[in-house]
Design a protein around this ligand. Structure first.
Ligand code: BES
Ligand code: ZN
Length: 637
């Protein structure tokens, strides 16, 4: 939460008490405690983000101004970052920023009207955290300016050569700052606990367009000189940049799509219901607060399905299926405009506050627009993924919503636990309190904590104060603690029942029993969801059975990336070699982590380590640095 903050004493006591005694979320027992009137007190900022060097309990950055050349020849961003700050501790005599693989050229401090050179120091290089940049501050210091250059190997930036783009004529750059790669783009306090506004000037070759997660004119002339401003305070992980031969197509007056020309019309068509999603979100949780909402469809090496960069979600082209079957990812990234971007987890241990809330909101929006059946199918697919992640967890603590303090890497916070267990926890609360109470409660939560960063305990306290006190019998403290602080999936979790999926299961069983031929399975009306449920539910088959499915449904080489992924996972499990050439192509052309990490992992654990290594050797240069690192670790090299 940002500083300073007026807060009820009981809330403080509750929050501190939770941390101190380990008896977290003292919900029910607190109901009878006499609550003193709100006292003027200041919430102590505790540093609970271990993935930053920043001294943000002493001083916080407030504004970032970037002035950068986008140098495609050297594959670097080169220029200055000017930073405003506010002192939390008036005596603070230095500011500590995060950097990783940055070449620091010079540092200045503004004292009164003058800029003076600063005696900065750079700490030791840590493989995960990078280097701390410490700048001494005199009492009258008001700003710092850092001259710097990024590295061509910066994990947060992918530089594509013209040959790696669809147009083949111009290079392309895009960033991915979440979770802790903003520090490879600029010196920042790289923790979600600190928010900044930002402005930027970028210079590119004049044929290219540059975009950022900020206000910009979609019809700006191509002149290689672009300016941006983000007036709403955001955490550093939402800094984003893309540059390339990018075109724009409007969907309505404040929503549109950017992409390379080859996929622009198809993207605008695929995402044409985004305005309806925005409407559904606003009906539930109040106005969209960010001005424009645009989507950019990136090159296929983008390592995620989507990334909620404010005003400009970054999307994988694998969503362009032609039938809008994968647009829940748009609903998801848009929903982050409330859960995550407006109200932000204050450390990655609380990632479920971002991703679980967003998965919940996403699913509510899908239900609102497309009906209960689709929403329930998506819940059931998510639940199956969650069960897989819980079963495969390295240690049980990683299946708690509130993650332990000793998670090794922020990536560990983004399993299906944060997403689906988080979503199912909110579904549980919705069910217990009733939609009529839970919806307005969530809306108030987003408004109350707008532009702040919160912990799990802040949410629990708010839930207690605003809802549970009024309905003390809705749930017990034990039920709540189990959801938030214990591993696994509680028995109180919903069990989504889909008639469509039952039909799939019946037909699948009939085929597996030999009662019907694959070609007789009635798949004509199946959505992608039903296909996924069918494929994911298959046991290991024999060669003839794989071949029968493949010839009946042309699964190998299918253009829907989700279906292709599900099929190749089965093909790897059963050693169905006729699919391998297309699997190879898929791995060479798609860089979305959700697919490729598991495909490489499955190859390795099903006796195909050599094939995995050979494909990776060829594909690696085309993958995003984030994906390169993850796959190297999957393959153990
Ligand atoms: N914020 C995430 C992507 C992310 C997570 C980036 C962790 C870096 C670290 C984004 O909102 C997301 O969750 N994307 C999902 C789609 C969603 C429908 C589950 C994805 O990429 O698959
Ligand atoms: Zn998300």
């Amino acid at each position: 939460m940002t500083f300073p903050k007026l807060i009820g004493a009981s809330a403080i006591a509750l929050t501190l008490g939770l941390a101190a005694c380990g008896d977290q979320a003292a919900i029910k027992s607190e109901t009878n405690v006499e609550t003193p009137a709100v006292v003027e007190t200041v919430r102590k900022i505790t540093k609970d983000d271990k993935f930053t060097y920043a001294n943000y309990d002493q001083i916080q950055t407030t504004h970032l101004d970037l002035d950068l050349d986008v140098n495609f020849d050297a594959k670097v961003l080169d220029g200055t970052a000017t930073i405003d700050f506010k002192r939390i501790n008036p005596e603070v005599d230095e500011i500590v920023l995060d950097t990783k693989d940055l070449l620091i050229k010079a540092v200045g401090v503004k004292r009164g009207e003058n800029w003076v050179p600063a005696e900065y120091s750079l700490g030791e290089d840590d493989e995960l955290l990078g280097q701390k940049l410490t700048i001494p501050l005199a009492e009258d210091a008001t700003k710092v300016r850092i001259g710097y250059r990024t590295s061509p190997e910066a994990e947060g930036l992918q530089w594509l050569s013209p040959e790696q783009t669809a147009g083949k004529k111009y290079p392309y750059l895009f960033s991915q700052a979440q979770a802790i790669n903003a520090r490879t783009m600029a010196p920042v306090m790289d923790t979600p606990a600190v928010r900044i506004t930002y402005t930027a000037n970028l210079r590119t070759p004049p044929e290219l367009i540059a975009l950022m997660s900020a206000e910009q004119d979609p019809y700006t002339p191509r002149d290689g000189d672009y300016s941006f401003r983000m007036d709403q305070p955001i955490p550093a992980y939402l800094l984003a940049i893309a540059a390339g031969d990018i075109n724009f197509k409007p969907i309505n007056d404040h929503i549109g799509v950017y992409s390379e020309q080859y996929i622009l019309d198809a993207s605008a068509k695929e995402f044409e219901e985004t305005p309806l999603m925005e409407g559904a979100n606003e009906r539930l949780y109040g106005p969209y607060r960010w001005g424009r909402y645009d989507l950019i469809v990136l090159p296929p090496s983008f390592p995620f399905g989507g990334m909620e960069n404010p005003r400009l979600s970054f999307m994988t082209p694998t969503l362009i299926a032609g039938d809008k079957s994968l647009t829940n990812v748009v609903a998801h990234e848009l929903a982050h405009s409330w859960s995550g971007n407006l109200v932000t987890n204050s450390s990655w241990r609380d990632a479920w506050l971002n991703e679980g809330f967003t998965s919940y909101v996403e699913n509510r929006v899908m239900e609102d627009l497309y009906g209960k059946d689709r929403a329930v199918m998506e819940q059931a697919l998510g639940l199956a993924d969650l069960k897989r992640d819980i079963a495969g967890a390295e240690r049980p603590e990683l299946t708690q919503l509130k993650l332990p303090a000793d998670i090794a890497h922020p990536d560990d916070a983004f399993s299906q636990v944060a997403y689906v267990k988080g979503q199912f926890f909110l579904m549980f609360l919705e069910e217990r309190f009733g939609r009529e109470h839970f919806d307005p409660f969530l809306k108030d939560y987003f408004n109350t904590f707008a532009f702040e960063s919160v912990t799990t305990e802040d949410f629990i306290t708010y839930l207690h104060d605003k809802l549970h006190v009024n309905f003390p019998d809705a749930l017990t403290r034990e039920e709540l603690n189990e959801w938030v602080y214990e591993p696994g999936l509680p028995d109180t979790a919903a069990d989504p029942q889909s008639d469509a999926f039952k039909n799939v299961e019946t037909q699948s069983a009939a085929w597996l029993n030999g009662d019907v031929k694959a070609a007789d399975i009635k798949t004509a009306d199946w959505s992608t969801h039903e296909w996924l449920h069918f494929l994911n539910g298959l046991p290991e088959l024999n060669e003839a059975q794989y071949a029968e499915l493949d010839s009946a449904f042309s699964l190998t080489g299918t253009q829907n990336a989700e279906t292709a992924f599900a099929w190749y996972m089965q093909a790897i499990k059963g050693g169905y070699e006729p699919a391998f050439a297309e699997l190879d192509k898929f791995l060479m052309s798609v860089g979305r982590g959700k697919f490729i990490y598991r495909l490489y992992d499955a190859l390795k654990s099903n006796g195909q380590a050599d094939m995995a290594n050979m494909i990776f050797a060829r594909a690696k240069a085309g993958y995003h640095p984030i994906a390169q690192r993850r796959i190297s670790s999957v393959l153990g090299n």
